[in-house]
Design a binder for this molecule. Structure first.
Ligand code: ADP
Ligand code: MG
Ligand code: ZN
Length: 612
């Protein structure tokens, strides 16, 4: 069913899978299938594997975009075994190289590696093999730094090229080539030279993360013509994952919910709890341990040996729950993770897709819970803005703040299908009807029998921006702005003279959540921004975020705003259609059920204490 989704490639839609599907038999087909079964010991191709392998064996450049765990490696390993020469694979992490090398060796495929941690003796051995008349290696893994720095390697490549024994270059995790990507590596940027230095040598590009902008940029940097390159793009939807966002309350109540959730739904099931900081990892692990849940912290503050120990325990199912910062992830592949909980917001939507995607690698139904709150947003923004490390340029900070705003918008959005929202970042137009069809794994928003309506919020937006402009000397936070806009009549508002501002009444028709969504939109669109201010209060500091005018505010404030502003629309929930309590319960997510359970327990306790 991989073709039912409309996948957006740059501005057009281009997917070359059909051209190389299993309807075709080529001269390589028979021996290829033999190696697939006998050498690799596999029975069935996964989506797009056969197609990409065919295209590669027919001397095409290929771009393979597949979710993590989709089986990208086979797309170059099988052609490499078939080709007469040597395939060079550029991979960013020594740990990934080590894993792949071990795996290939166990299959009896001759391979080598040239990285900084390979001993001189081993490296010499690799070079000796490759200078032989018939090289004894099929695949050689290298890091991009080696290509950039090693003359010895350059000479070898030239020699193989001239002897027509250079089969192919493979660039794994190729999004690292692009500065637009989330994981740019300067050494990757020079890989474009390979095309120039070794004309006629085909390239396979592999990645699991590339927005259309990154895709385009990677091809450009690599000097590959999009029209002649074969593209294999696959829906990123993870159909076995259930996505849900929940308002957090305090960290302590969230922790209590997490503990209850694990005890009530995940006895003996593995999961990851992503935490905000090292301290929060430690605290969470301790808290869960008090509930007799086998939980361990994992973060960059632990020694290498300690981290290795935790990883091993996790791999052997000796540890049920990992409480981790995002340091936990790259290269860790456990199939039976049944839940991923974000105790605080992820840093970007792409990050969220990756982190939540560590659930359910085995294809079984798994849950992804995300706890969020306004205070976390402020806290995380403060951290970004205070980051004084060298790589944190003004531009980089802006991107990080922008990424975070989008995550907050995702959390607040209680209408749009989670899958639609997530996959949009990969340029994929995923219809919510598809989510509703996946009855068992429908997302929290689609689960509700909802009536929605789209309203034009342009005038409200102008009013909000005007208000911030008029009160620019006052310090207005989002919660305070919500109160003013909704006509709250608190003492604070009266004292400040912010009550009865009839001018802003247009916002009355939105409820609090929707109004907050609108303000978040205005921030994302550049009409407003948040300034983080740190208040020193005796022994501790509090960070506060004040709303300020953004770079585009003047458009809304000009007399001809309707000429300069695009109209702003918001789709919101309207009254739920008449549904029975039974149906309501069916719609409930585990966390909602938990609410009820906790409330009932509380009621019972109160009854015991106070009687009826
Ligand atoms: P990716 O690089 O896309 O994240 P890998 O290439 O590392 O994924 O493959 C993930 C796992 O799937 C590996 O354990 C691999 O052996 C397995 N795998 C790949 N292709 C197949 C297949 N056709 N049938 C069964 N298992 C496969
Ligand atoms: Mg891979
Ligand atoms: Zn949905």
């Amino acid at each position: 069913n991989k073709h039912i989704y409309k996948v957006q490639w740059l501005s057009d839609i281009k997917d070359d899978a059909a051209e190389f599907s299993n309807d075709h038999t080529y001269s390589h087909t028979e021996s290829m299938l033999k190696i697939f079964g006998n050498t690799f010991g596999l029975k069935q191709f996964r989506s797009n594997q056969l197609e990409a392998i065919n295209a590669a064996l027919l001397h095409n450049d290929c771009f393979v975009l597949m979710p993590t765990g989709g089986g990208k490696s086979l797309c170059y390993q099988l052609p490499a075994v078939m080709d007469p020469g040597v395939t060079f694979v550029i991979s960013p992490l020594r740990s990934l190289i080590f894993d792949q090398k071990q795996k290939l060796t166990s299959l009896g495929i001759l391979c080598g590696a040239l990285t900084s941690d390979v001993s001189q003796r081993e490296a010499d051995e690799v070079y000796r093999e490759l200078y032989k008349h018939t090289p004894g290696l099929k695949i050689v893994y290298i890091t991009p730094e080696k290509i950039a720095k090693s003359d010895q390697l350059t000479q070898l490549l030239r020699n193989l090229y001239e002897r027509k024994l250079l089969s192919r270059f493979v660039i794994d995790e190729c999004h690292c080539v692009s500065e637009w990507g989330h994981d740019f590596r300067p050494d990757y940027a020079n890989l474009g030279q390979l095309r120039i230095k070794y004309p006629g040598i085909n390239v396979i590009l592999l990645t699991a993360t590339a927005t259309p902008r990154v895709q385009k940029d990677v091809l450009q940097q690599m000097h590959i013509d999009i029209n002649q390159c074969k593209l294999f793009i696959q829906s990123f939807n993870r159909s076995n994952l259930i996505y849900e966002c929940t308002l957090k309350g305090t960290t302590d109540t969230a922790l209590k919910k997490v503990a209850n959730l694990i005890i009530s739904h995940y006895t003996d099931k593995c999961g990851i709890v992503y935490c905000f900081s090292r301290a929060e990892c430690d605290k969470t692990a301790k808290y869960l341990s008090a509930y007799k849940i086998k939980a361990l912290p994992y973060h960059a503050g632990l020694s290498d040996s300690k981290r290795q120990l935790v990883q091993n325990q996790w791999a052997n199912d000796d540890c049920q729950v990992i409480c981790a910062t995002i340091a936990f992830g790259m290269g860790i592949d456990k199939p039976n993770v049944r839940f991923v909980i974000h105790l605080s917001m992820p840093k970007s939507i792409e990050g969220y897709y990756q982190e939540s995607g560590r659930a359910g690698r085995d294809g079984d139904i798994s849950y992804c819970y995300l706890f969020f709150c306004y205070q976390d947003l402020v806290k995380m923004k403060r951290l970004i803005l205070n980051d004084d490390t060298q790589t944190s340029t003004k531009e980089a900070k802006k991107t990080r703040v922008d990424n975070l705003n989008r995550v907050y918008d995702y959390c607040l959005n209680n209408v749009t299908c989670r899958r639609t929202q997530l996959l949009e970042y990969f340029g994929e137009l995923f219809p919510s009807s598809e989510c509703k069809r996946m009855k068992q794994t429908v997302c929290d928003n689609c689960r509700q029998v909802l009536k929605t309506t789209t309203i034009n919020c342009t005038q409200m937006s102008i009013d909000i921006i005007k208000m911030i402009s008029e009160f620019s000397h006052k310090n207005i936070t989002i919660p305070y702005a919500l109160d003013i806009l909704r006509g709250a009549n608190t003492k604070g508002i009266r004292d400040a003279g912010h009550n009865n501002l009839a001018a802003y009444n247009s916002c009355n028709q939105l409820n609090k959540i929707d109004l907050e969504r609108l303000i978040c939109r205005l921030i994302i669109d550049g009409y407003l921004q948040q300034e983080i201010v740190i208040h020193q209060q005796q022994s501790f500091e509090a960070s506060v975020a004040y709303l300020r005018l953004g770079p585009k505010a003047h458009m809304a404030l000009s007399n001809q705003s309707n000429k300069f502003m695009n109209s702003i629309e918001l789709t919101i929930r309207t009254e739920q259609s008449n549904i029975t309590n039974d149906e309501k319960r069916k719609q409930q997510t585990p966390i909602e059920q938990l609410h009820e359970q906790c409330l009932n327990e509380l009621k019972k306790e109160l009854k015991l204490i106070f009687g009826n």
